[in-house]
Design a protein around this ligand. Structure first.
Ligand SMILES: Cc1ncc(COP(=O)(O)O)c(C=O)c1O
Length: 440
């Protein structure tokens, strides 16, 4: 059965209520597939918003969940600890080779970002030798979530413009974009000119932190940029005593071909935020990884220096045990699979470009991301560009679930997606796009 959103009891997010979109009623899932209530099977080409990196209901995650539910469902984490949280925390810190010292749990990416922001602000409050600060440096094409704080450090756009009066102060800079460098530079000639303005700003005024999605700005256009940018930001942050915060909600857990983007970029942040892939797409979970030097400023008997932040379901044992199983899978097979997926996607770039010619531009691959732009003559950019929805609707005819970001089309399949399903996705993309006009 297909539902119109205004006929459902549920308020479906990111849906224009009166537009009359048909909602697909999903009742089952396995691997890269989901099945609707009419028995049709679909390929979930974006891994349910980038979460189910090993496919839906992976047996190892299901087994972890079943084992855990037989033991302990939930216990509030204040005043308690449990083996599932401890196992996951230890494994996450091991994944970072102990670049970080503590793991603070929450239940989604936005909250994990909020926690990083609050920890950063309080770090300066607690530090006996540093002057408190309250402003963050942020980037135009960034997306860090929909809660007020996470929205505040995201780029200003149509998503959050209505709430601009609620903004705490941030200083926004154009997002680095190595696909179409505004300075006309390429890798060899680049001296991170895109950071010149930020450099002069950060040297004049005290900021709490720089908040950035490392190597890829995801939700705002799958923009790729070079690790040079992160190296330079690290240098500036260290020089000026500013904290560097990497939001790895999307890029973490292998999506870019390494466990973390910061490892790929060989640039360590002071706080690291993760969610999405960590959940394996099964239960809500977020984590904020904290460097030792930050944690030390909270080591005090003084209650005013303690970090007062908790969510009711923080560190839920079921979510943690699924998270732990995800980490183990990533280590055992996942990372190899995503590297292989990257090679496969790379091989598809040339024939794809050849078939679609001038209809598309900026075809790009990093790890398990394949993205490109539909070349549009209408200058309406961003998410609201209607072409994204038209392409999404057309893809439904091929039973492929896709969520373009305006004219940016991408797939982020599970790392273990079989070639056969990739073939289906690419065939559908080609046939869909061939039915759209070619630009001059
Ligand atoms: C980089 C990044 N940070 C934070 C978030 C917010 O995560 P959540 O939707 O789990 O709150 C997202 C969601 O897409 C994201 O891509």
């Amino acid at each position: 059965m297909k539902y119109n959103p205004i006929q459902t009891y549920t308020w479906v997010p990111l849906t224009i209520q009166e537009e009359g979109e048909n909602l697909i009623n999903i009742v089952k899932a396995e691997g890269e597939f989901v099945t609707d209530s009419e028995g049709n099977t679909w390929i979930d080409s974006i891994a349910s918003w980038w979460t189910m990196i090993f496919g839906h209901r992976h047996p190892a995650l299901v087994a972890a969940l079943k084992t855990q539910i037989e033991e302990l469902d939930h216990i509030m984490l204040a005043g308690h600890i449990h083996p599932a949280a401890e196992s996951l925390s230890k494994s996450l810190l091991e994944l970072t080779n102990f670049d970080f010292h503590k793991v603070f749990y929450s239940d989604n990416g936005s909250n994990a970002v909020e926690i990083a922001l609050k920890l950063a602000i309080q770090y300066y409050q607690n530090h006996p030798d540093l002057i408190p600060r309250s402003e963050f440096l942020v980037f135009s094409n960034s997306y860090h979530g929909d809660s007020i704080g996470a929205m505040n450090v995201s780029g200003k756009n149509y998503f959050n413009r209505i709430f601009s009066d609620l903004r705490f102060p941030t200083k926004e800079f154009p997002a680095p974009n190595c696909m179409n460098c505004p300075w006309g530079k390429v890798a060899n000639s680049c001296s991170t000119e895109c950071l010149d303005d930020l450099e002069s700003e950060i040297k004049q005024k005290d900021y709490v932190g720089i908040v950035i999605e490392p190597l890829v700005f995801g939700a705002n256009g799958m923009l790729f940029y070079d690790k040079k940018v992160l190296v330079k930001l690290r240098e500036l942050a260290t020089q000026t005593h500013t904290l560097l915060i990497f939001d790895e909600v999307f890029t973490g857990m292998g999506r870019l071909g390494e466990v973390f983007a910061y490892q790929k970029a060989e640039t360590k942040p002071d706080l690291l935020v993760m969610a999405k892939g960590l959940t394996g797409g099964m239960l809500p979970l977020g984590a904020t990884l904290v460097s030792e030097f930050i944690y030390k400023q909270f080591l005090s008997k003084d209650p005013y220096r303690a970090f007062f932040h908790a969510h009711t379901m923080t560190g839920n044992p079921l979510a943690c045990s699924v998270g732990y199983a995800s980490v183990k899978l990533l280590q055992e097979t996942g990372l190899g699979q995503v590297k292989k997926l990257e090679e496969t996607l790379q091989k598809r770039v040339e024939p794809f470009q050849k078939t679609l010619g001038k209809r598309i531009e900026n075809v790009r691959v990093m790890g398990g991301i394949f993205a490109f732009e539909y070349k549009e003559t209408i200058a309406e950019d961003e998410y609201l560009n209607p072409v994204g929805k038209q392409i999404r609707e057309k893809m439904k005819e091929f039973r492929i679930l896709l969520r373009p970001l305006g004219r940016t089309i991408y797939i982020t399949p599970p790392y273990n997606i079989p070639e056969k399903s990739l073939d289906q996705i690419f065939l559908a993309l080609e046939q869909t796009l061939l039915s759209f006009p070619e630009s001059d």
